[in-house]
Design a protein around this ligand. Structure first.
Ligand SMILES: C[S@@+](CC[C@H](N)C(=O)[O-])C[C@H]1O[C@@H](n2cnc3c(N)ncnc32)[C@H](O)[C@@H]1O
Length: 287
C-alpha cells in the first residue's frame, strides 16, 4: 500500500526524528534515561495536554495483557502514558511518517518500545484484522478526517465485541445551525487551511456510532475546562524532565505543530470564546 505521507501540515516535520534525537541523550538506548513523563510537556499534541489524556484514561478498563489501538497517535505521548500506567500492549498508527519515527525514538528512550508498536498508516484503511483490539482510543484526529463514516466503521471493524472506543475530540458547536456561522478562525493547531479542517457537529458522530452498533456510555462536554486551559496557557513553557532537569527548549509545540503555534492556539481560544466549538470526551461500547 502506498501511504500519502501527510494530509495536514504538522510543523516543520522534515527529519523531525533525527532532530529530536539530537536534542536528547541517545547514548546507549538500552539503559532508559527518561521516563514517559519526562516528555509530557511536549508529546501530548492536543488541548489540555497530559491532563486530558489522564482524564480520558480514567474510563479505561484495560489490564496487563489486553491491547489498545491509538489512532492518529502523533509522537506517542498518549500511547506511552497508557502503556506505562496500565502495563498493556499499545499499538499506535499515524499518517505522518516523521511523527511515527519520533514516537519510536521516544518509546525506545524510555524503555517502552517492547510494549508499544507504532505503524505508519491511514486510519481510513487500518492494517489490522477484524476484531483485533480490546480498546480503540483517539484524541484530536477526527478533525483532520473528512470521511467520518469510514473512520468510525474502521474503528468498529477492528474492535472486539464488547470492546470500548474512547475519544477526546473537538466538534462544531451543536447550537450553531448555519454553515457561515460554523466557519472558524484559521489557522488552528490541526489545520492551517479550510481543506484540512473537517469539524462536524457531535450529533452526526452520535448517529454514525449508533448506526454502527455502538452503545453510548459517556458523552462529556469539557469545553469550559478547555477554554479555561487556553486562557491560562503559557506558550513559553520550558520543557522539564520529572527530576526538574530542563530539556532542550526546542522541544515545544512550535517544533511539533508549527512555527505559528502561538497564533494557532490563540485562534483556537477565540473559536472557543465565540462558542463555535465543543470539546467532548466520549466512551462507546461495541455491542
Ligand atoms: C493533533 S494530532 C494528535 C496526535 C495524538 N493523538 C495526540 O493527541 O498527541 C493529529 C494526528 O492525526 C494524524 N492523522 C491525521 N489524519 C490521519 C489519518 N487519516 N490516519 C492516521 N493518522 C492521521 C496526524 O498525523 C497527527 O499526528
Amino acid at each position: 500500500m502506498t501511504i500519502k505521507s501527510q494530509t495536514v501540515q504538522y510543523g516543520n516535520i522534515k527529519n523531525l526524528a533525527t532532530y529530536v534525537a539530537s536534542l536528547l541523550d541517545c547514548n546507549d538506548v538500552d539503559i532508559p534515561k527518561y521516563s514517559a513523563q519526562d516528555f509530557s510537556t511536549f508529546d501530548h499534541l492536543h488541548s489540555r495536554g497530559r491532563a486530558a489524556t489522564r482524564e480520558l484514561s480514567e474510563f479505561l478498563s484495560v489490564h496487563p495483557g489486553s491491547n489498545l489501538l491509538d489512532i492518529g497517535c502523533g509522537i506517542g505521548g498518549p500511547a506511552r502514558f497508557i502503556a506505562e500506567r496500565f502495563v498493556c500492549h499499545v499499538h499506535g498508527i499515524d499518517l505522518t511518517e516523521e511523527y511515527c519515527k519520533t514516537a519510536e525514538l521516544l518509546n525506545r528512550l524510555c524503555g517502552l518500545d517492547k510494549r508499544i508498536k507504532i505503524t505508519h498508516g491511514n486510519a481510513l484503511s487500518l492494517p489490522y484484522d477484524n476484531q483485533s483490539f480490546d480498546t480503540v482510543w483517539t484524541q484530536h484526529t477526527s478533525m483532520n478526517i473528512a470521511d467520518k463514516n469510514k473512520f468510525y466503521s474502521e474503528i468498529h471493524r477492528v474492535l472486539k465485541p464488547g470492546g470500548m472506543f474512547l475519544f477526546h475530540d473537538i466538534f462544531s458547536s451543536e447550537s450553531i445551525h448555519s454553515k457561515e456561522e460554523r466557519e472558524i478562525l484559521l489557522p488552528v493547531p490541526w489545520a492551517s487551511k479550510p481543506e484540512h479542517n473537517h469539524l462536524v457537529q457531535g450529533e452526526i458522530i452520535r448517529d454514525i456510532l449508533g448506526d454502527l452498533g455502538f452503545h453510548r456510555e459517556i458523552w462529556s462536554d469539557i469545553t469550559a475546562e478547555t477554554h479555561l486551559w487556553f486562557h491560562n496557557y503559557n506558550t513559553n513553557i520550558v520543557p522539564t524532565a520529572s527530576d526538574q532537569k530542563p530539556l532542550a527548549k526546542e522541544l515545544g509545540p512550535e517544533l511539533f505543530i508549527g512555527e505559528d503555534f502561538k497564533l494557532r492556539a490563540q485562534n483556537l481560544k477565540q473559536n472557543l470564546a465565540d462558542k463555535k466549538l465543543t470539546v467532548i470526551q466520549g466512551v462507546f461500547r461495541k455491542e
